[in-house]
Design a protein around this ligand. Structure first.
Ligand SMILES: Nc1ncnc2c1ncn2[C@@H]1O[C@H](COP(=O)(O)OP(=O)(O)OP(=O)(O)O)[C@@H](O)[C@H]1O
Length: 499
């Protein structure tokens, strides 16, 4: 039995060996070769799959890290400082960055999301702080600094130097810029403080307004002015570059406008002939109107200037007008008028309706603009006690002259080359419409731009338009899509304007 058993087992072994060594139809290879190749193949495939999965996973993590790093939102720990500066200096990119990260969060697994969420919250918090809309000015962004402690002392200049719309200046920087607030650097003094000319290290000129700190409203006006104009940019508005608040000191830093203000050029000692030709005056009027139109119609909420006057119309060397001094500006809710507790503005420029009711809306700026336009046309001050009693008040005298058909006599005698009668009529008509006693009938600033802009009127270059027609400019903004007088007709419509 045992012999036969051994025999059968060795026979089976022999069979197995024979089978393994027998040739298969696969390329005539022996079976063990085929099996070995198959096992090796499967192992290689499994290895490749494993390597692919591993590589894919780690590269996904790396990609995520690069994206976050690139957007400045998920810095490596050692780079936190740099990223903080970037976050604070480039606000326009911030929203995009937060957005990008929020989007990439949807591609993350839970672990990664948990990692990222606190960072996003931190960045969003910084954004709020930086815009300081929600922050009292008494509290420095994110650092808990109070006014009495001095801003620069506890604020890292790297992190606080820059904001969305401008810069935070240290007092020492402004002292250097203005040569220690030297007397010879004083440009002028207004109701809110002294204005100095200054120079920044990059060579740019600035106007530094040192707000009076002993005025009750200085802090409030500072906040109002900073918030209202900080982010407003328009070529006909004086840009706010930054501000400084240290202890009791509050300073505003503006772009420097290098050719004085309109009041100086109109009422200063310029000799018998004014350098302000008619065309220059109309350029100034249109620029001013554009700046105000932007405040009224281009911003939400709109801004009413509240102190439009010739000394607040600054001029550059090319006679471009830049409206300055938003110290009295208030942000208004759209479609609502605003009742103030006290009437502000400058005597001679304040509209009667605003003065009597305190009801504030853009129409009061339009009235003040009308007075400025009268100054441009006549060269006279809004109130001039050196004149005959009937001529002291510009608005009253102007109305009386038009009523008695003496419009030609309104023209500033210092204008050497007289404008065409039509151009003069148009300007006079705009003046009259701006000072309409019914505030609701005054035109909007956007309409005034079109009415004043000579090229916008067909009658200047084209043949006379047919009578009794009105023009609706197809490209006019919605606010202006009301029939605009064609100039000629509107003048004809008012017989008293015949000159
Ligand atoms: N950004 C600026 N660039 C150049 N000069 C300026 C600038 N801002 C103001 N000024 C000048 O500084 C002087 C004082 O201006 P400020 O606005 O303080 O007072 P104001 O307009 O004369 O009076 P108010 O305080 O009643 O508005 C004016 O002569 C003005 O032209």
């Amino acid at each position: 039995m045992s012999v036969s058993g051994k025999t059968s087992s060795s026979a089976a072994d022999n069979d197995g060996v024979t089978l393994l060594t027998s040739k298969t139809p696969i390329l005539g290879q022996k079976l063990y070769v085929v099996i070995a190749i198959t096992i090796a193949g499967i192992t290689a495939v499994l290895l490749l799959i494993f390597l692919f999965l591993f590589y894919n996973h780690s590269s996904k993590r790396n990609r995520m890290r690069v994206d976050k790093h690139g957007s400045g939102l998920l810095p490596l720990a050692s780079e936190t400082k740099t990223i903080n500066v970037e976050v604070k200096t480039n606000c326009s990119d911030q929203n995009e960055k937060v957005g990008k990260t929020l989007i990439s969060m949807f591609e993350m697994d839970n672990e990664e999301r948990e990692e990222t969420e606190p960072i996003i919250k931190d960045v969003e918090g910084k954004l709020d702080d930086d815009t300081f809309g929600s922050n009292e000015l008494g509290t420095a962004t994110g650092t808990g600094t109070t006014g009495s402690e001095g801003a620069s002392s506890s604020l890292s200049s790297e992190s606080m130097n820059s904001m969305c719309w401008g810069r935070w200046f240290n007092l020492s920087e402004l002292e250097v810029a203005t040569n220690g607030f030297a007397e010879e650097n004083v440009i002028g003094e207004g109701g809110y403080g002294v204005v100095y000319r200054g120079g920044l290290p990059d060579g740019s000129a600035v106007a530094v307004k040192n707000l009076l700190d002993n005025r009750g409203q200085a802090e409030k006006e500072f906040k109002v002015e900073v918030e209202a104009i900080g982010k407003v940019r328009h070529k006909n508005l004086v840009g706010l570059i930054g501000f400084c608040r240290e202890g009791a000191k509050r300073l505003l830093v503006y772009e420097y406008v290098d050719n004085g203000n309109l009041e100086q050029w109109l009422h200063g000692d310029v000799g018998p002939t004014s350098p302000l030709t008619w065309d220059i005056r109309m350029k100034i009027a249109v620029g001013t109107a554009k700046g105000l139109a932007y405040l009224h119609e281009g911003l939400e909420p709109k801004v009413v200037h509240r102190d439009v006057k010739s000394s607040n119309i600054l001029l550059d060397k090319k006679w471009n007008a830049k409206v300055a001094d938003f110290g009295l500006a208030k942000l208004l809710e759209s479609e609502k008028s605003y009742v103030t507790t006290r009437v502000m503005g400058t005597f001679g420029y304040v509209s009667p309706d605003y003065a009597s009711t305190g009801m504030l809306n853009e129409a009061s700026d339009v009235y003040s603009f009308g007075v400025c336009l009268m100054e441009l046309v006549t060269g006279r001050s809004p109130v001039d006690y050196s004149r005959a009693p009937g001529e002291m008040n510009l608005v009253d005298w102007f109305r009386g002259m038009v009523a008695s058909r003496r419009g030609e006599d309104l023209l500033d005698p210092k204008i050497n080359i007289r404008p065409s009668p039509r151009a003069l009529k148009r300007a006079l008509l705009v003046c009259l419409r701006c000072i309409d006693t019914d505030a609701t009938k005054r035109p909007k600033m956007g309409q005034i731009v079109h009415m004043l802009d000579a090229d916008e009127f067909p009658f200047r270059r084209d043949p006379r338009p047919p009578r009794d027609t009105t023009t609706i400019r197809p490209d006019a903004p919605a606010a202006c899509k009301v029939p605009l007088p064609t100039g000629d007709d509107e003048v004809k419509g008012d017989d008293s304007l015949s000159t």
